[in-house]
Design a protein around this ligand. Structure first.
Ligand SMILES: Nc1ncnc2c1ncn2[C@@H]1O[C@H](COP(=O)(O)OP(=O)(O)O)[C@@H](O)[C@H]1O
Ligand code: SF4
Ligand SMILES: [Mg+2]
Length: 379
């Protein structure tokens, strides 16, 4: 095919994919609650490690995301938790198309959106928005709040025609609990929590269906974290949003998450409902993370059994063989060195454990329930 014809064919394909994606999202074709709006399968992102200044050659790869699969269901919040460097932000960037995956697929409402460009990519980006971790650096200090929140309308003028924009921005400020009169102020005139509200308003501007929030409260004071989480919960109900909510601490995501996936070194090691993960964790890593969370009740705190993880997270450029967690796991045996555990409902539970809550996927050869001590959030 001549370059011209192949270019036209590509543009035509992009155009029809874009039309399908827009038709599915903003023309009222709502997905029923609980249906998978996003299906991620075997997602891999390897960043090449190169050597040499002039003739760069690849000498390895940082396996930031190394085979991640999950569904995001309509209207739910999927929490993703794990220590720094385990690949959470990379997952967020892959899902929002800020990074291209090395392999794997992402389907949105049944449509494969893994490799899109042009208009089709633009249509998907409108529907899947990101809220960033650090409201201090993610907002341009030289732009007014009105310009920051209204900027997405430059790319999607169909959402807010020029004459209508300031009105729309005022509405958004009101929706996130900020005074619409602040529209001409600059980011430095706001507190950290207010800045994250501005980031959320910007994320909402295009009326997306999915918001991927990458540690949206990690940079905030504990007292402000709950306010921002409560705001996000309210907006979820109001706008029928589905969330991927990332945090490095299991206690932060409990209140907002319907399901939680725990990540370690580029992989999800355990995934389940809020009750399954917090009340019936079966993976040693989840159990260790939960045991590190202090309990407000002093008596319970005094007898709390802590699992101390030895050492640091190994480098994702050179992960351990077999189970990635084996170098820090107190239960590791020879099998863990030679055989990688799959993320499945462990056989011993599937056959014999009467408690339904234990029957959730866990990537451990020796998964066993260990009662958690983390109390339910009281706010
Ligand atoms: N653009 C990049 N180039 C090379 N390595 C990267 C890049 N982005 C992330 N990484 C590496 O990938 C790993 C996972 O990073 P990240 O997804 O940011 O983890 P998290 O958000 O869980 O802290 C880290 O080792 C990080 O250094
Ligand atoms: S597979 Fe082995 S090393 Fe990995 S979590 Fe289970 S017991 Fe620990
Ligand atoms: Mg991160």
């Amino acid at each position: 095919m001549s370059p011209d014809r192949s270019g036209r064919k590509q543009a035509k394909e992009e155009g029809s994919a874009a039309r399908r994606l827009l038709a599915r999202s903003h023309a009222g074709s709502a997905y029923a609650a609980g249906e998978a709006i996003l299906e991620v399968r075997d997602l891999v992102k390897h960043f090449p490690l190169t050597q040499g200044i002039v003739f760069k050659r690849q000498v390895g790869a940082v396996k930031a995301v190394d085979g991640v699969s999950f569904d995001l269901r309509q209207g739910e919040t999927l929490g993703i938790v794990g220590e720094s460097g385990c690949g959470k932000s990379t997952v967020a960037k892959l899902v929002t198309h800020l990074e291209e995956p090395t392999s794997g697929t992402i389907r949105y409402k049944g449509e494969d959106i893994t490799k899109l460009s042009g208009r089709a990519l633009k249509a998907v980006r409108r529907n899947i928005q990101m809220v960033f971790q650090d409201p201090y650096t993610s907002l341009n200090p030289r732009m007014t709040v009105g310009d920051i929140i209204g900027e997405p309308f430059d790319i999607h003028p169909e959402v807010a025609p020029k004459g209508d924009r300031r009105g729309k921005v005022r509405e958004l400020l009101d929706v996130v609990g900020l005074n619409p009169e602040y529209i001409n102020r600059y980011p430095h005139q706001f507190s950290g929590g207010q800045r994250q509200r501005i980031g959320i308003a910007r994320g909402l501007a295009l009326r997306p269906e999915i918001i991927v929030a990458d540690e949206p409260v990690s940079a905030l004071d504990v007292s402000v974290q709950a306010q921002v989480i409560n705001l996000m919960s309210r907006l979820q109900d109001e706008f029928g949003l589905s969330y991927i909510f990332i945090a490095h601490d299991l206690s932060v995501v409990r209140h907002i998450s319907d399901r939680v996936g725990v990540m370690y070194l580029g992989k999800i090691v355990e995934i389940g409902t809020e009750e399954e993960i917090y009340e019936h964790p079966t993976h040693p890593y989840t159990q260790a993370l939960l045991s590190a969370v202090p309990v407000p009740d002093p008596e319970a705190e005094a007898v709390r059994e802590r699992i101390v993880l030895e050492g640091d997270v190994p480098s994702p450029a050179n992960p351990p063989s077999g189970c990635h967690f084996r170098t820090r796991c107190w239960k590791a045996q020879h099998r863990c060195v030679v055989e990688e555990p799959l993320l499945i409902v462990p056989e011993n539970f599937a056959r014999s454990t009467p408690q339904e809550a234990v029957h959730h996927p866990s990537a451990c050869h020796f998964a066993a329930e260990r009662t958690a001590v983390l109390p339910r959030s009281t706010d």
